[in-house]
Write a new protein. Structure first.
Lengths: 146, 391
């Protein structure tokens, strides 16, 4: 089943957009593979964000997580990136979970107790050739019984 | 006794006169007057004020135009080499293609292909002088807009073509006689810091801050040849060491620069690390305006190629470790060079210039003449004294 999902994800991958740089395509492919690998219920939809950062720079965005839904939050980066830190923030802005040990593929698992607007922060801790591209996916896994 | 004093005076006075005449003014600071004065120093205060205002306006205008160009210019996605934009005249397609072809070969010669930071080169063709109510736009200074958080992947270079290259680009001068080699060198030199951004990406904070503090004087040229010819560097602009103005030019530089020219590692280290201890915030937008006579404000000679030579010596991987390092510049650079910065730089400096001699050393000829005169005077004194008879 997982192999089929991976295959479908690769087939569904958008072909290289004109003007897209090699590294941008690289992280888009990686994040699609990561989404396929963790599996998704696809409801609510997967949220993805991408961008680029220099060493020691950070970016954050907010997204709504639905109560009792289990999420995998995955971040990927390009070949020149050596360390990426991923942090989940509460609606008030305090840290809920932080992943900095998985080098270039940090992953967080989280089940929201209430539906709210959570923050996700990514820090480029190591980039050999600045800037490094990254992409984040918030993947809903399954809804737990309430 | 009075007789002896007179003899001593007549012996020493010519020596002093000779010393004053022959000893070159080494070891003293420059009097600030240079023979290389291109502008009148006798402008009125009002004129000086007007010129300063016009200069500020030109700088601000150049920065605004670079920012506007960065937003407006659409990158040519089919080319990995810089996107080229012409300002000041509409070029026939053939002329544009010619310039792009030369730039493609320059890009390949630098070993560059697809890069994370892309370069847009704005070539400012010579325009007629501006109207009387506004200063003429910046036409003789190269300006760069480095990537920042609003656009991390574009480095803009504004390159004034001047009357000479404008005619070459427009095809009004025969390229066969002018030579595309020189035109390629001009384009390559015009890439300036943008070539480093393209090759090695955005520098880490310590290196970025160090380069900003010294206005990129050690990173103006990535090529392996001289900035204006096969081996032509800023050192050649100092002139012949036997020229009377050479020492005046030497002593116009900071003490560390002069010490490095003399081959002293401590001086070289200080010259390289000038600006490194300053933790300055890099402004946004960061516009690097290269001085008109950039070779006169260098801390290291020929500084324009220093980082390019470091990169070629240590290799890409080690240079990237230095470039993006979070460590202080001296630590990161020494680690990349695998040697103390001063020692490596002193060796590098010797590759361009024979170490100059510092201190009040008299020239050999002057010393010989002075000694000969002194011996003659002493002989005369001794002979006179031996004939003296005490009655």
């Amino acid at each position: 089943m997982r192999a089929i999902l991976v295959l479908l994800a690769i087939l569904a991958m958008p072909s290289a957009m004109p003007g897209q740089q090699r590294w941008e395509r690289q992280v888009q492919e990686r994040v699609q593979r990561a989404i396929a690998a963790v599996g998704t219920s696809s409801r609510p939809a997967v949220v993805t964000r991408s961008g680029m950062l220099n060493t020691d720079e950070e970016a954050s965005f907010r997204t709504t997580l639905v109560e009792h839904v289990s999420y995998a939050i995955v971040a990927v980066c390009d070949d020149d990136c050596s360390r990426l830190q991923l942090t989940l923030l509460s609606p008030s802005g305090s840290d809920i979970a932080k992943e900095r040990n998985s080098e270039s593929l940090p992953t967080l698992h989280f089940t929201a107790e209430t539906t709210a607007n959570y923050g996700i922060r990514v820090v480029m801790e190591g980039c050999r050739w600045n800037p490094c591209w990254y992409a984040i996916a918030v993947v809903p896994l399954r809804k737990l019984p309430s | 006794m009075a007789f002896v004093r007179r003899w001593v005076f007549f012996t020493l006075a010519p020596c002093a006169v000779l010393a004053l005449a022959y000893l070159p003014p080494r070891g003293v600071t420059s009097n600030g007057k240079s023979v290389f004065v291109g502008q009148s120093q006798h402008a009125t205060r009002a004129r000086q004020h007007a010129q300063a205002l016009a200069e500020e306006w030109r700088n601000a205008d150049a920065a605004v135009r670079l920012l506007e160009d960065r937003q407006r210019v659409r990158r040519d996605v089919t080319r990995s080499s810089p996107t080229i934009v012409f300002r000041g005249a509409t070029l026939p397609p053939r002329a544009v293609r010619n310039v792009e072809t030369v730039m493609d070969s320059v890009w390949r010669a630098l070993g560059l292909g697809e890069t994370k930071v892309r370069v847009t080169l704005v070539i400012e063709l010579q325009r007629p002088t501006g109207s009387a109510d506004s200063p003429t736009p910046l036409q003789d200074r190269v300006a760069y807009l480095t990537p920042d958080s609003t656009d991390r992947t574009t480095c803009m270079a504004s390159l004034p073509a001047g009357p000479y290259w404008t005619l070459v680009i427009l095809g009004k001068r025969d390229a066969r006689h002018e030579g595309f080699g020189r035109f390629a060198q001009w384009l390559q030199a015009g890439l300036g810091p943008c070539a480093f951004y393209a090759a090695y990406g955005t520098p880490g904070r310590p290196v970025g801050s160090w380069l900003a503090a010294r206005n990129w004087d050690v990173g103006l040229y990535l090529g392996s040849h001289g900035i204006a010819g096969e081996r032509f560097s800023s050192l050649d602009l100092m002139g012949n060491p036997s020229s009377p103005w050479y020492w005046d030019r030497v002593y116009a530089f900071p003490a560390a620069t002069v010490a490095c020219l003399a081959g002293r590692p401590s001086g070289c280290r200080a010259a390289v690390l000038a600006g490194a201890p300053e933790e300055r915030t890099i402004p946004i937008p960061n516009v690097v305006l290269v001085e008109r006579r950039w070779w006169r404000v260098q801390n290291l000679l020929p500084g324009e190629r220093y980082l390019g030579d470091v990169a070629r010596t240590v290799g890409r991987d080690r240079f990237l470790s230095f470039w993006t390092s979070g460590q202080p510049v001296d630590t990161a650079l020494a680690a990349a060079l695998n040697r103390p910065v001063g020692e490596w730089t002193a060796d590098w400096e010797r590759g361009f210039v024979r170490p100059i001699r510092l201190g009040p050393t008299p020239p050999f000829g002057a010393a010989v003449i002075a000694m000969a005169i002194a011996v003659l005077v002493l002989t005369v004194v001794a002979a006179t004294a031996s004939r003296r008879q005490v009655r």
